[in-house]
Ligand binder design. Sequence first.
Ligand code: CA
Length: 300
Amino acid sequence: MAPLVIAHRGASGYLPEHTLPAKALAHGQGADYLEQDVVATRDGELLVFHDLYLDALTDVRERFPGRARPDGRHYCIDFDLAEIRTLGVRERRNPDTGAPRFPGRFPVAAGSFGIVTLEEELAFVQGLNRSTGRVAGLYPEIKEPAWHRQHGIDVGTRLIETLARFGYTRASDPVFVQCFDADELQRLHTELRVPLRLVQLVEAGGKTLDEAALSRLAGTVDALGADLRLLLDGDRGQGLAAAARRAGLQVHAWTVRSDQLPTGFTRLGALLDALYRDLRVDGIFTDFPDQVRAYCDRLP
Ligand code: CA
């Protein structure tokens, strides 16, 4: 079966990440799932935003001088939603030098974009699902649940409640909830009895996952969301993908970027062949959903 095309922060290769235009484009490009990173504001609203702080993606420094923490960063959780709404969003850049993170992408100074709440995004995606007649699923990530809890906000519970309000309550609904924090996933599964499919994210340099660990994991989650660098690490990567499959886990790989291919690859097609034909992944996170969609549509 062709892998799922998961739009990483929307069609973020073409438009500023996590803006509604980036989600609309990804939907139109045929993504199967649209990703939402989820963080909280001071007044407990959930935002679709990747970073805990606002500096790399907004004009917060110009608008709210004096509101940074000692590390120089302006944290989402130190601002109310009404304040966040006044910010402009732009293409990701180094907050200290102003240099764009991906120089060939959407110009940093162009366009007019804002931060979106989780509720706004869910309503938007459901609207597109209805108007186009094609359903794109949701792929929310609970960002730093322990850190948020220290700040008095239970992001995981609020996310699940919000999804339920929008009708996502069953394992058969088109949702994957992802998190790096294994304790949080365990809590969702055991204490909160969340029926939605769960994904354990793993990055390169973390603990090695042997057969026993993967089979324990399969008691809690449905898929492993694995860093490309782990999967492309020769025999070890092959072994991880195969062992995950044997444990009954899907494997979703992140993140395919045609403007930043991993070491050893000069063509997108070769990378996608490695993921699909060699590693048999079930899902691919990408900043360029149209390109991965085109590859998948050519598969027999
Ligand atoms: Ca993410």
